[in-house]
Design a protein around this ligand. Structure first.
Ligand SMILES: Nc1ncnc2c1ncn2[C@@H]1O[C@H](COP(=O)(O)OP(=O)(O)OP(=O)(O)O)[C@@H](O)[C@H]1O
Ligand SMILES: [Mg+2]
Length: 377
C-alpha cells in the first residue's frame, strides 16, 4: 500500500486531511462574490486548501482560476496568464475562445498544438512592459464582462499574492482594485505567507487594497479531524497506534501540517514491517527526518557566515528568546544588536528563518533544529 501521508507538493483526495470548516467558510464567501485575504505562516496548507476548494467549486459549476504569482516574474506574463486563464475557465470551445482572443487590443492570440495534434489556444502579449498594465486592466475587466454575459459565477484565486509588490506594486494594486470593485460576478481569494506584507495591504489606509476584503487567518488543521484522518489511514495499513501518540506527533510538529505529514510519512516507513508504533519511535522521528535532509542542511550551512551560524544555534536552543535582549546575547555570546540585525536580515532573505507576527524568529524548517542539535554533538 502506498504511503498515504504525502508532503512537499499539492495533496489531494483521498490524502487531503480536515479543513471542512475552512472549505465551508470560503465557499460561502465565494457564493457572495466576496474578496478574502487568506494568510498563514509558511507550510500551513494554503495552496493545498485552495486547490481543494477549486476542485469543489468546479464540481458545483463555478468557473475557477488559480494563479501562483511566483510563476510570473514580470507584469507582462502575469497579465497574459490571468487573461488567458480566466477566459478559458469561462469558455471551453476552441473556436469561440479564439474569437475572443482575437478581440483583445493589448494581447494577441498565439496558437499552439498539443502532442495529439489538438489545437489549443494560448495568449501572448504583443506589448512592451510599459503597456503591460493596460493589458492587465483589459484582461481583468474582460473576465468580469464575460462572466456576466455567460451568467456564470467565477472565482479567481491568486496565490503568493504578497509577491505583487515585485511588479512596481503601488500602481498595479490601484489598477487591480478599481477593476475588481466593479465586478459582481467574481469572488477573489488572495493568499500569501508574508503575513506582515499581507496585513499591511489590507490594514494600511494608504494602500490600494485597504479594506477591499476580509482577512482570514488560516490556522492549523483541527486536531480532532486530523487525528481521525491519521488513525484511519494507519488502521487501513494494519498499524496499531493510539490517539495519544498522535497528540504527541502534533506537539512535536507544532501543528504545522507539513511537519505532521512528514512525521507521519516517516513513521509509516519506519514501522512498515513491524506495524508497531511505540513512543520511542515517535520521539526519534524528527532526528530521522533531519538525517534524511542533511545534504540540504549542509548546503544551507555553507551559505551562512560564522556569526549567522552562532545565531542559528542560539535560536535553535532558545526559540522564544528575544534576539535583541541583553540576556540572550550574553547567554549565547553573540552581539552587538547591530550585527544580530544584519544576520537576521540575511537569514530571513535566505528563507531559513521567518518572523512571526509576535516578533519571534523561527526556523522555516523545524527539522533543521534537530540537525543543528546533531552536528553539535
Ligand atoms: N489538508 C491537508 N492535508 C494533508 N496534508 C496537508 C494539508 N495541508 C497541508 N498539507 C501538507 O503541508 C504541505 C505544505 O502545504 P502547502 O504547500 O499547501 O502550504 P502553504 O501554506 O501553501 O505553504 P507556502 O506558504 O510555503 O506556500 C503539503 O505539501 C502537505 O504535505
Ligand atoms: Mg503555498
Amino acid at each position: 500500500m502506498k504511503n498515504p501521508f504525502q508532503y512537499g507538493g499539492i495533496v489531494s483526495e483521498p490524502y487531503f486531511a480536515g479543513r471542512d470548516e475552512e472549505i465551508k467558510e470560503l465557499t460561502r464567501e465565494m457564493e457572495n462574490n466576496n474578496r478574502v485575504f487568506l494568510v498563514s505562516q509558511r507550510r500551513f496548507g494554503k495552496t493545498c486548501l485552495l486547490h481543494h476548494l477549486k476542485n469543489a467549486l468546479e464540481k458545483d459549476g463555478v468557473a475557477c482560476t488559480y494563479i501562483d504569482l511566483n510563476a510570473f516574474p514580470d507584469l507582462r506574463s502575469f497579465a497574459g496568464a490571468i487573461t488567458s486563464m480566466t477566459t478559458k475557465a469561462l469558455e471551453s470551445n476552441t473556436d469561440r475562445l479564439l474569437k475572443i482572443f482575437s478581440g483583445f487590443h493589448m494581447l494577441r492570440p498565439k496558437l499552439s498544438m498539443d502532442q495529439d495534434g489538438n489545437l489549443s489556444a494560448g495568449l501572448e502579449l504583443a506589448v512592451s512592459e510599459k503597456e503591460a498594465l493596460a493589458a492587465l486592466v483589459e484582461g481583468v475587466a474582460h473576465a468580469g464582462t464575460l462572466a456576466a454575459k455567460k451568467k456564470k459565477r467565477m472565482v479567481v484565486i491568486i496565490d503568493e499574492f504578497s509577491d505583487i509588490e515585485k511588479y512596481n506594486g503601488g500602481t498595479v494594486e490601484k489598477v487591480l482594485r478599481s477593476e475588481i470593485q466593479k465586478q459582481n460576478h467574481i469572488g477573489y481569494i488572495f493568499s500569501g505567507s508574508e503575513q506582515s506584507v499581507m496585513l499591511d495591504m489590507v490594514q494600511n489606509s494608504k494602500r490600494a487594497f485597504y479594506k477591499l476584503g476580509r482577512l482570514m487567518k488560516l490556522g492549523p488543521i483541527e486536531r480532532k479531524a486530523y487525528s481521525r484522518f491519521i488513525l484511519g489511514w494507519l488502521k487501513e495499513g494494519g498499524y496499531k497506534a493510539s490517539a495519544q501518540q498522535i497528540v504527541r506527533i502534533f506537539d512535536i510538529g507544532e501543528d504545522v501540517p507539513y511537519n505532521i505529514q512528514r512525521l507521519c510519512h516517516t513513521m509509516w516507513e519506519a514501522a512498515l514491517e513491524t506495524k508497531t508504533i511505540d513512543s520511542e519511535l515517535i520521539e526519534r522521528l524528527p532526528v530521522i527526518i533531519a538525517r534524511q535532509d542533511s545534504a540540504h542542511y549542509e548546503m544551507l550551512w555553507q551559505t551562512v557566515t560564522q556569526a549567522q551560524k552562532t545565531l542559528l544555534i542560539a535560536l535553535a536552543n532558545d526559540p522564544d528568546a528575544a534576539p535583541f535582549s541583553k540576556d540572550f546575547q550574553m547567554q549565547h555570546g553573540i552581539g552587538p544588536s547591530s550585527s544580530i540585525k544584519a544576520s537576521l536580515v540575511s537569514l530571513l532573505k535566505k528563507g531559513i528563518i521567518f518572523r512571526t507576527l509576535e516578533g519571534h524568529y523561527r526556523f522555516v524548517d523545524r527539522f533543521m533544529i534537530f540537525w543543528i542539535g546533531g552536528i553539535r554533538k
